[in-house]
Design a protein around this ligand. Sequence first.
Ligand code: GUN
Ligand code: ZN
Length: 372
Amino acid sequence: MTESCFTLLAKDGKARRGRVSTAHGHVNTPAFMPVGTAGTVKAMLPESVAATGAEILLGNTYHLMLRPGAERVAALGGLHKFMNWPKPILTDSGGFQVMSLSELRKITEQGVEFRSHLDGRKHMLSPETSTQIQDQLDSDITMCFDECTPFPATPDQAAQSMRLSMRWAVRSRDAFRRRPGYLQFGIMQGGIYEHLRQESARALVDIGFEGYAIGGLAIGEGQIEMFRILDFAPDFLPEDRPRYLMGVGRPADIVGAVSRGIDMFDCVMPTRAGRTGAAFTRFGELNIRNARHATDPRPIDPNCTCPACTSYSRGYIHHLNKAKEIVGAMLLTWHNLHYYQELMQGLRRAIEAGTFAEFVMDFEAGQARSDL
Ligand code: GUN
Ligand code: ZN
């Protein structure tokens, strides 16, 4: 039996309002998890990340195993203490990052052999080692070790890859140390194929996890195709468990996925964009590097209550960005994370109030404005 760590509080259409309970506290869903890859949300102190309203962070097995090493983090009290983030942490299992970052990868039934992108040294990640590393990090939510099926893939390629991930899911579950407040999520694969998504969901539910992720999306298929898959994939998963869409996304992707029954998200978008000059707002995206902001005394968004918008002009942040000043990245990252968390709070309140459809209409009308 799996422990119930999820309470479904309200529904509006397919959109769900819930709460995930972990050893380090509750997470209200729909939730957005800022990415803290290497033990830091880039350009933010953890207390500032908490001030934006974030209740959970994502950490990466791949990065932390290579530097500083899981044993070092464990010896220093676990990832929460190490990085001064006392709230819940979810860790990705490393398979996805190995494929995008490391060199000379070799996938076998056993796992993935690879060379570190840092120093070229050889490492092995398997369902067992990934699960053990996430345990050493003291992750509240451990992810199964999987293969993110590349896009595009033929039905046969997607099936082979998904079935390998399902065999790995059995081994990940066997390696997971069960204890109260600690959750493990299975990851659905199957590419763009409905019958494979269903087969994958059945395999995972058969094993039994505290939550379920949908993997293998937002990897080049585009929003229309992703939404087509999200029209059926969440329905294959149990109603009483959290659903996490991995690596998504832009604000419009999140709103569309919540309306299709997704509860949790992570993405580098708000933090990475903040370091390259992009700001997300109720009125769409703007790039502060654009020359028209150079002499603009207005804040990014006059209605935003983040530190960047309450105290600094577009002209100043434009200057910081052009001069590559670190504070420029800090202010934009803060604004973006604040915007994302406010969006999630808006989604949660709308689902509770039964006004989700109106919220989506207002969101879409706002994003279409072009007078930024
Ligand atoms: N991050 C984004 N997509 C994926 C996926 O399919 N698997 C894993 N483990 N992480 C991801
Ligand atoms: Zn702001």
